[in-house]
Design a protein around this ligand. Structure first.
Ligand code: GUN
Length: 279
């Protein structure tokens, strides 16, 4: 089973980003708003800032307590929208539950020309209208992994498990654009395996730890695992059972070190693009 190493692909692309950053008059700045103290989100944000520093970008953080109201968040976002040091920014998701935050409404407060994640209605509209500007980072990163490892996509059957705005829908769109025949499966799909077993490429963004084994895939499939979960023993795992897949599928993205680093890399790329006025 081949390892589709996201760290390797990231290091190639981050080197190119660093070179482009050095050509700019001012270093681009990536802003992050973190609401609450979710430990996983804190780790992701730390990794994003480390990655910024490594390519010569500045980072600007606003931390807010989970107890704030939507209006306070909106005020912090206005600061980001107006701060000239902030080239682009994101609001780390998920937002605290039960506090009145509507993710799509919060996204609408991001100035589209500062949309680092590519998740505003404007960015998604451009993507789905066939004139992409900034592209959502995780699905874009998956496409870059497939490209780097020369996994053929055109004419092949792809299944995307999950229909989130952040991964599933844009993923299906990008694969379709690359001329795959795409099926989206989700929590209400009947007989999931009848779809996944037909697929040459399966992108799993189901959010359930180790829930797919070899029975789910045809022999020789390429599997991209978007999931990341912490197990009771402290180790990280994805949505697939890696041990079970060995000797059955052709290639797999590891967790950690697969899609995760690519999400951050594409975030840097979006920020660079917006700094260059290409967004
Ligand atoms: N939480 C997990 N992944 C992401 C991401 O790509 N963007 C944002 N804003 N939040 C996330």
């Amino acid at each position: 089973m081949r390892c589709l190493d996201g760290k390797e692909v990231s290091s190639v692309i981050r080197r190119q980003i660093k070179e482009q950053v050095q050509k700019l008059d001012h270093p681009p700045g990536l802003g992050v708003i973190l609401v609450g103290e979710d430990p996983a989100s804190q780790v992701y944000v730390r990794n994003k800032f480390k990655a910024c520093k490594a390519v010569g970008m500045k980072s600007i953080e606003i931390k807010l307590p989970a107890t704030i109201c939507p209006d306070d968040l909106k005020a912090a976002m206005t600061d980001m929208n107006e701060n000239p040091d902030v080239t682009a920014y994101l609001v780390q998701l998920p937002l605290p539950r039960g506090k009145g935050f509507e993710t799509q409404q919060v996204m609408s407060w991001i100035a589209p020309y500062k949309d680092a994640d590519g998740l505003t209605v404007e960015s998604l509209g451009h993507l789905f209208a066939g004139v992409p500007k900034v592209i959502p980072c995780t699905p874009h990163g998956v496409m870059k992994i497939l490209e780097h490892y020369k996994i053929p996509v055109e004419g092949r059957r792809a299944v995307v498990i999950g229909r989130s705005q952040i991964v599933g829908y844009p993923m299906a769109h990008l694969l379709t654009d690359a001329n795959a025949t795409v099926t989206i499966c989700h929590s209400r799909t009947q007989n999931l395996y009848s779809h996944t077993r037909e697929a040459d490429i399966v992108v799993v963004a189901a959010g359930q730890p180790q829930f797919l084994g070899k029975d789910a895939f045809k022999k020789g499939a390429v599997v991209v695992d978007v999931g990341i979960h912490r197990m009771d023993n402290g180790q990280l795992c994805g949505d697939v059972d890696v041990e079970d897949l060995k000797g059955h599928i052709e290639a797999l993205t590891p967790v950690p070190g697969g899609v995760g680093p690519m999400t951050i890399t594409m975030l840097l790329q979006n920020t660079l693009k917006l700094a260059q006025g290409r967004g």
